[in-house]
Design a protein around this ligand. Structure first.
Ligand code: SAH
Length: 234
């Protein structure tokens, strides 16, 4: 009798675990909602960006405690005092890079690996640099779990870019810098686009779009933003 009870309880437990509670949305549904409520109404229209945002499971890049909030309209903590940007910011920066399939992209600030995963759906190869070793390792695991194999992660200071792999058609910096690192401008290819938050330490920064045309550099401010700081000398 005891055994029967134990088996029934175990079965009930698994049933409760597996049957979605009425009204609970699946991650796919949450992503669709994120796209229709947070991205499209705010001007994200690039099809590749929307497709990539609809494909990458954001919950796979955040700590267990944050999973219920993975699709919230805000940044989330990812450990080591760092954050994953709000979905809109990830989409906005991705769209601003005007990516083509054949582009070589460099990201500075791998963090959780989410932004790199989104980029990986649009271009052939993504190179990304993270200064905190534990984050670089975790990001690498997140990408591997999803069988994403076109992202190369390096642990180091992104201030110096990745010379061996340069030039890059697009560079995206996901930490707030006080000035634009000159080496990154050098590693940007002709007709390349760089998106970087620039401004005073811990203050409101400007999201800058930098373009290189016939060797000439142009910058334009796209909007006010807040980002965790771009750090040096760890
Ligand atoms: N793009 C990330 C979020 C980035 S948060 C994501 O999708 O999850 C910013 C990241 O930049 C942090 O992980 C921080 O450690 C990293 N960072 C800050 N300064 C850096 C530097 N000089 N070089 C490389 N990474 C840096």
């Amino acid at each position: 009798m005891k055994l029967v009870l134990r088996i029934s309880l175990t079965l009930l437990f698994y049933l409760l675990l597996n049957v979605p509670v009425y009204g609970q949305e699946s991650p796919t549904e949450k992503r669709q909602k994120m796209i229709s409520e947070q991205l499209i109404p705010r001007g994200i229209s690039d099809r590749e960006t929307l497709k990539a945002m609809g494909r990458i499971p954001r919950e796979a890049f955040v700590p267990v405690s944050q999973k219920p909030y993975a699709y919230d309209d805000r940044p989330l903590p990812i450990g080591d005092g760092q954050t994953i940007s709000q979905p809109f910011m990830v989409a906005f920066m991705t769209q601003a890079l005007r990516l083509k399939k054949s582009d070589r992209v460099l990201e500075i600030g791998t963090g959780s690996g989410y932004q790199a995963a989104v980029l990986s759906q649009i271009v052939d190869t993504v190179y990304t640099i993270e200064i905190i070793p534990s984050l670089a390792e975790r990001a690498s695991r997140h990408l591997k779990n999803l069988n994403i194999d076109n992202v190369q992660i390096r642990n180091g200071d992104g201030y110096f870019g990745w010379e061996e792999k340069s030039p890059f058609d697009a560079i995206i910096v996901t930490a707030g810098a006080e000035t634009i690192p000159p080496v990154l401008v050098e590693q940007l290819s002709e007709d390349g686009i760089m998106i970087i938050p620039v401004g005073p330490h811990r203050g409101v920064r400007q999201l800058i779009k930098l373009t290189k045309k016939k060797g000439k550099i142009k910058t334009k401010s796209l909007m006010d933003v807040r980002f965790v700081p771009f750090v040096r000398n760890r």
